[in-house]
Design a protein around this ligand. Structure first.
Ligand SMILES: Nc1ncnc2c1ncn2[C@@H]1O[C@H](COP(=O)(O)OP(=O)(O)OP(=O)(O)O)[C@@H](O)[C@H]1O
Length: 233
């Protein structure tokens, strides 16, 4: 595959990406030609009003969905041409996904929640023991790892969700409104966890948010308006 010198350092590159839902006169055009280059090891935020297309874009970048038109390259590979099976494999090995609600299993401790995901991915007990502790340490939750979700604060639950998403050491972490259910102080702490994963672990983090106060910690903000980027800071 031919790459320009620039694109070799991009972890994610989206070109002329559109996404429409439905057909014919009832079709809704949600993304209308998005171009994006995300360098490896950067911390990026998509900001925009409700309905501007943030979740749709995150789902496309995370290989949970396919664009109507356009291409998305991950590490130089056109993932929009991948089969379902290849996309599953990519998500399982290279991506970590975090959502607004932590969606932890309520009867399991923080440790068990993280461990469970690795267990169903077929990781050996020996490797899991190391990976789970390392992930919980990264999010500052080692001392509370035996607590179950109802015994944890919202911020601790979201930290557990982050630990679960990073335990397999993904290259790219995608988070859709990860601070929306948290107060602003806790939200800022969660943003610092992401920032440290970028600065100390070299991960690339892309998240969505409504909240302008979260923007100081990221490298770049992309503003989505009605399915297009309108301004780049
Ligand atoms: N599967 C779908 N079928 C039809 N329309 C959809 C579908 N998914 C999203 N949409 C529409 O696309 C638009 C953008 O949705 P999206 O969830 O990407 O916005 P958002 O910026 O993430 O909003 P929010 O901040 O409220 O989560 C909305 O108008 C939504 O109704």
């Amino acid at each position: 595959m031919h790459n320009s010198p620039n694109s070799q350092t991009d972890l994610i590159k989206a070109t002329h990406v559109t996404r429409s839902f439905g057909h014919g006169p009832g079709a809704v055009s949600v993304l209308k030609g998005v171009n994006l280059s995300v360098p490896s090891g950067s911390f990026i935020a998509f900001r925009g009003r409700s309905g501007s297309g943030k979740t749709t874009l995150i789902n496309l970048l995370g290989a949970l969905d396919k664009p109507t038109e356009g291409s998305i390259l991950f590490a130089g590979q056109e993932i929009t041409k991948y089969s379902d099976r290849e996309r599953d494999e990519l998500r399982r090995t290279k991506f970590g996904l975090i959502f607004q609600s932590s969606a932890l299993l309520p009867m399991m401790s923080a440790y068990e929640n993280v461990d469970f995901t690795l267990r169903i991915a077929g990781i050996s007990k020996q490797d899991r023991d190391i990976a789970v502790l390392r992930a919980l340490e990264h999010v500052g939750l080692k001392s509370r790892m035996h607590h179950r979700p109802f015994e944890m604060s919202g911020g601790e639950q979201q930290r557990t969700a982050i630990a679960r998403a990073i335990a397999h050491n993904p290259t790219l972490l995608l988070a859709d409104e990860p601070t929306a259910e948290l107060d602003s102080r806790t939200g800022l702490q969660i943003m610092k966890v992401f920032r440290d994963l970028v600065r100390l672990e070299g991960m690339t983090v892309i998240l969505t948010t409504h909240d302008p106060t979260m923007m100081d910690l990221v490298d770049q903000v992309y503003e989505l308006e009605d399915g297009q980027f309108v301004e780049t800071q």
